[in-house]
Design a protein around this ligand. Structure first.
Ligand SMILES: Cc1ncc(COP(=O)(O)O)c(C=O)c1O
Length: 299
């Protein structure tokens, strides 16, 4: 399913390197590191009525990603919050908004890979759009497993939330060609890592589990689900999960800021059939709805 275009997004104002500009004037330099080498880090945030969900956790991950890539002259979290606040105010946005933060190594003096060519400090883009959760959270989605592996720390640590997204994009293309909604990516050992854009959970015999965060992004929503389930008395086992286990699970669902919690109905042509008498995902989803507003804050 392709995301629908919300016509309100035709007239957005976007924060680019200190300025707030109308959508068609919001541009970055051809010398920017994100253009030259995907040399940037990013976060997706969701704005609810009560504020941005888990904002500080997202901004901590952004700073940790920038540190891992050794960015210099990094904006402070307070400066990033100010940019987000200004962008939301300019667009009169109060809820139902997804914000894409892109934090680049900045502009280079000439094209090239070397970070020593960067002497202007980091760049920041705050792109806020009206966007409800992107997946069909009621009816669920169908996925295929992809031949493209998710990076392990041997290659490019998935704990860095970077803009080198080509593995995930290639996996998504496979899902598109197969007529499915998303691609399931395995790690370099053949165990389940995550979907191309969300984390994954399964339930079997009343037990909740999710893959280790070795070859998947340690999603903020993933961590929140583990936390609220535990507080509700449902411990989540973090472990290696094989495709066969997923095919035979009672329930499978994916999580992320962009789509919240979404049931997965079919994997590689196998229907996910709940043979138990419980619907645990429904309970976790209600817990998420109930708790999330207490974890929202304004920038
Ligand atoms: C590859 C991938 N996995 C999972 C997620 C979900 O992470 P979060 O819950 O922090 O939004 C994202 C979101 O950016 C992602 O890009």
């Amino acid at each position: 399913m392709l995301q629908k275009f919300d016509t309100r997004n035709e007239n957005l104002y976007i924060f680019v390197n200190g300025q707030i500009l109308p959508r068609n004037e919001a541009k970055i330099s051809v010398f920017d590191s994100v253009v030259q080498g995907g040399d940037a880090v990013w976060e997706g945030l969701r704005l609810y009525k009560s504020g941005i969900a888990l904002l500080d956790r997202h901004l901590d991950r952004l700073q940790e990603s920038a540190k891992a890539l050794m960015f210099e002259h990094v904006l402070t979290t307070e400066e990033i919050k100010n940019a987000i606040r200004m962008t939301l105010e300019k667009n009169n946005m109060t809820e139902d908004v997804h914000i894409r933060l892109t934090f680049t190594r900045g502009e280079k003096i000439t094209s090239g890979m070397d970070p020593r060519l960067n002497n202007k400090g980091c760049g920041l883009i705050v792109l806020a759009e009206w966007k409800p959760p992107v997946y069909d959270n009621e009816n669920g989605i169908k996925i295929i497993s992809s031949a493209i592996r998710r990076n392990s720390p041997q290659f490019l640590d998935s704990k860095i939330h970077h803009n080198n997204l080509l593995n995930n994009i290639l996996a998504k293309i496979q899902a598109n060609v197969a007529g499915k909604d998303a691609a399931l990516m395995l790690d370099d050992r053949g165990f389940v890592a995550e979907l191309n854009d969300t984390n994954i959970f399964m339930i079997k015999n009343g037990r909740l589990s999710t893959p280790h965060a070795t070859a998947c992004l340690p999603g903020i929503t993933r961590d929140f689900i583990i936390e609220i389930s535990k507080n509700h008395g449902l411990e989540c086992e973090v472990r290696d999960i094989s495709l066969t286990e997923l095919y035979n699970a009672d329930e499978v669902f994916c999580t992320g800021t962009m789509g919240e919690l979404t049931p997965i109905n079919e994997i590689d042509g196998r229907s996910i059939v709940n043979t138990s008498s419980t619907n645990i995902m429904k309970i976790i989803n209600s817990l998420f709805r109930e708790k999330i507003s207490a974890y929202c804050s304004m920038p």
